[in-house]
Design a binder for this molecule. Structure first.
Ligand code: GBH
Length: 460
């Protein structure tokens, strides 16, 4: 009995992000980003971990590319560190920064691996934060200049470009819950930030189109949520609408329909009048992309205690949703405490396919952290293999149902700096010993290599 077989040309990849793996924080003229400031602020990151050294990928990129080639990866999704290109977030390019990414891209090409380049995976130059960060409209214009610098240099060699990774996280974890850099806890500011991030995507797309060759593709990656009610009640149904509005439609609607969702504008009217949205912005944001990246990890289950219920204490990533309770779904979880449920991925891809103008889709991140143990013969991570298999089965099924899903990138190639969790959480399919920087393939990496080789999953 054969298992499942993916369509010919399906893209198999792995993903990383600059601040999470590069280290070399003060090398070759790199300026500080908001994550340097944040991670060096006591109490912000578990165990006081920082990205100063990380997986030392900045220096070891040639070895890491060789590892990717051994694994048979078709494509590698990485991000460029903005403060390596513009140490203060503005002005001319720092040549050493561009040179580095050119070497990386050339090394990938030499091994037949296609680069997929993300311009912004959360490492805003600190000086831009000091002048308002994503709360400032000017940051969107600065982003477009940065996009043009990188596009002009690498446009001939990078076929797929992504403006932003998960603007929801940048806006709401960065400026509302404060779990991420810059650690602000101002829900109204977070809504402004969300708009300026979308505007940055739009202006960045324009800038890229002007310098990239015609065949280059431009995309954005969203972390989309499958939001379901924990109970059957009018209050829970309403909570689903509100959380879905902020998690998904606040981004999908302006990108693919050219307007913000009216219910979200109404729900948040007590916090902001949205006057930072200028009429011309929406057309800029809605300029067509060639591809939509989707990152998916876990479903979201909500309930509502109602207006008279107990408010949730402390800063929250959900502006105006203090009455909404998040429920832990039953069943298995990852080391992050995130429920494992591939049905959520099914919901997300079908929803996008059915309700928004279909552009080709890619799963740009999917994966899990587990409490891996390094043994003499590697890392037995059957749970991660099961997680990946379950989600890949959903990807396959969606394709057979007509969803135009072109590729899959596992998060992550390497164990890395897991943001507020530091090095305590390991998402890699390759283990990193942070003492020696040795890379050791986990069983999941061997398994993934076979999936790529056979373009499918064997029945087991
Ligand atoms: C991605 O973000 C990032 O792009 C990547 O850099 C990161 O390393 C990776 O995920 C792993 O974290 O509140 O318990 O219901 C994913 C961010 C994950 C944020 C799921 C919302 C909901 C978990 N999202 N999370 S919970």
């Amino acid at each position: 009995m054969t298992g499942i077989q993916f369509p010919e040309g399906f893209v198999w990849g792995a993903a990383t992000a600059a601040y999470q793996i590069e280290g070399a924080h003060d090398v070759d003229g790199r300026g500080p980003s908001i994550w340097d400031t944040f991670s060096h602020t006591p109490g912000r990151v578990a165990n006081g971990d920082t990205g100063d050294v990380a997986a030392d990928h900045y220096r070891r990129f040639r070895d890491d590319v060789a590892l990717m080639a051994d694994m048979g990866l078709h494509a590698y999704r990485f991000s460029v560190s903005w403060p390596r290109i513009q140490p203060t977030g503005k002005g001319p390019a720092n040549a050493a920064g561009l040179d580095h990414y050119e070497r990386l891209v050339d090394e990938l090409a030499a091994h037949g691996i296609e680069p997929m380049l993300t311009l912004y995976h959360w490492d805003l130059p600190q000086e831009l934060e000091d002048s308002g960060g994503w709360g400032a409209r000017d940051t969107a214009a600065r982003f477009a200049e940065y996009a043009e610098l990188v596009g002009a240099r690498l446009g001939d060699r990078v076929p797929v470009w992504t403006t932003l990774n998960e603007p929801w996280c940048s806006a709401f974890l960065g400026y509302s819950s404060g779990e991420h850099a810059p650690g602000r806890t101002d829900p109204a500011l977070a809504l402004r930030a969300a708009h300026h991030l979308l505007l940055a995507h739009g202006l960045g797309t324009q800038a890229l189109r002007a310098v990239l060759p015609e065949q280059a593709k431009v995309s954005i990656t969203l972390n989309l949520s499958s939001v379901l009610p924990a109970v059957t009640s009018a209050a829970a149904t309403n909570a689903v609408r509100r959380i879905d509005g902020l998690a998904n439609r606040l981004f999908l609607d302006p990108l693919f329909r050219g307007h913000y969702p009216v219910d979200v504008l109404r729900d948040t009217a007590r916090l902001t009048d949205w006057s930072f949205v200028l009429p011309a912005d929406l057309a800029v944001i809605a300029a067509p992309v060639d591809l939509l990246g989707i990152n998916y990890y876990t479903p979201t289950l909500v309930d509502s205690v109602g207006p008279a219920g107990l408010p949730v204490d402390g800063p929250s990533p959900w502006p105006g949703c203090r009455d909404v309770r998040f429920v832990q779904p039953p069943g298995p979880q990852t080391a992050m405490g995130w429920a494992i449920d591939a049905q959520g991925l099914r919901n997300v891809v079908h929803r996008v396919h059915d309700q928004y103008r279909p552009v080709p889709l890619m799963i740009t991140e999917n994966g899990a952290a587990f409490d891996d143990e390094l043994g003499v013969d590697g890392v037995r991570d059957d749970e991660r293999i099961d997680y990946l298999r379950d989600h890949l089965e959903v990807v396959h099924e969606a394709i057979t149902h007509g969803v135009d899903l072109r590729g899959y990138f596992v998060w992550s190639l390497l164990d890395n700096f897991e943001w507020a969790y530091g090095y305590a959480k390991r998402f890699g399919i390759v283990h990193v010993d942070y003492q020696t920087q040795a890379r050791v393939w986990k069983d999941s990496a061997h398994w993934y290599r076979k999936v790529i080789q056979t373009n499918g999953i064997d029945e087991e």
